[in-house]
Design a protein around this ligand. Structure first.
Ligand code: ADP
Ligand SMILES: Cc1cn([C@H]2C[C@H](O)[C@@H](COP(=O)(O)O)O2)c(=O)[nH]c1=O
Length: 216
């Protein structure tokens, strides 16, 4: 039975790497995939992993009908033995419904990859629809870690290392940004709730060392 599978996790846990591995293993056996992405850090029409691998992909546009796109491709003599959709959190809910229709009506497997929640720990609309519709939700096995060593479960947005909680839901970015740029950091829930990033925890540790000296 074809399936809609949602591979989910925090930022930087290996989702795009797994997408590329699935693509590699299937294409090595002569299968042909249709790869969708949206707003990948590597640029338009790219699916990239931090391990350095990258492949071409169809850049999803606002309002694009993904079911119609796959049907059009097949009608034109193209093949689509499976579909991969990376950065699936950025899809509109209707586009996720269209991917479910690809599975049900065209009998094609769809593998979607994305983060579930945003920097405020709220569901992205596309991810919410995937959780609602997927045959399976798979949480990636490679654990991204919080600075404290616990499993990272949440994505924080940072400016100069300090966690922010206001702003647009979508701001394309990375986990390794220079100090004054908008970036992201994965945290455990405890430290996400306390807004405690690696940088602010270091600052807090330093001031604790200083306090007893100045009060002695
Ligand atoms: N230099 C490195 N050596 C080994 N593994 C790395 C290196 N850089 C990144 N990685 C691995 O790549 C993962 C991120 O992969 P990626 O597919 O880009 O993540 P995602 O798509 O989930 O944001 C990291 O969790 C880590 O396991
Ligand atoms: C938490 C959060 C993330 N984003 C963006 C930042 C990146 O461009 C992608 C996630 O990519 P990854 O391959 O999983 O690292 O999402 C965002 O726009 N808004 C957010 O709240």
């Amino acid at each position: 039975m074809p399936e809609l599978v949602f591979f989910s996790g925090t930022m930087d846990c290996g989702k795009s790497t797994l997408a590329l591995q699935i693509e590699h293993n299937r294409s090595a056996r002569g299968l042909v995939g249709m790869i969708f992405t949206r707003d990948d850090r590597a640029g338009e029409g790219k699916l990239s992993s931090r391990l350095g691998l990258v492949t071409d992909a169809v850049e999803v546009e606002d309002g694009q009908d993904l079911y119609a796109y796959v049907v059009g491709h097949l009608s034109g003599g193209g093949r689509a033995d499976y579909v991969i959709a990376d950065e699936a959190q950025f899809l509109a809910p209707e586009q996720v419904d269209q991917l479910a229709r690809v599975v049900d009506d065209l009998r094609v497997d769809v593998y979607a990859f994305g983060i579930t929640t945003d920097f405020r720990s709220k569901l992205f609309p596309g991810s919410q629809r995937l959780v609602e519709l997927a045959d399976r939700v798979e949480v990636l096995q490679v654990e991204a870690l919080c600075w404290c060593g616990a499993r990272a479960t949440h994505n924080a947005r940072t400016v100069g290392g300090v966690m922010v909680v206001e702003g647009a839901q979508v701001v394309v970015g990375d986990v390794a940004q220079s100090a004054d740029e908008v970036g992201y950091e994965v945290l455990c829930r405890r430290h996400h709730r306390r807004r405690m990033t690696a940088a602010t925890s270091r600052a807090a540790a330093l001031s604790q060392d200083v306090l007893p000296v100045s009060s002695a």
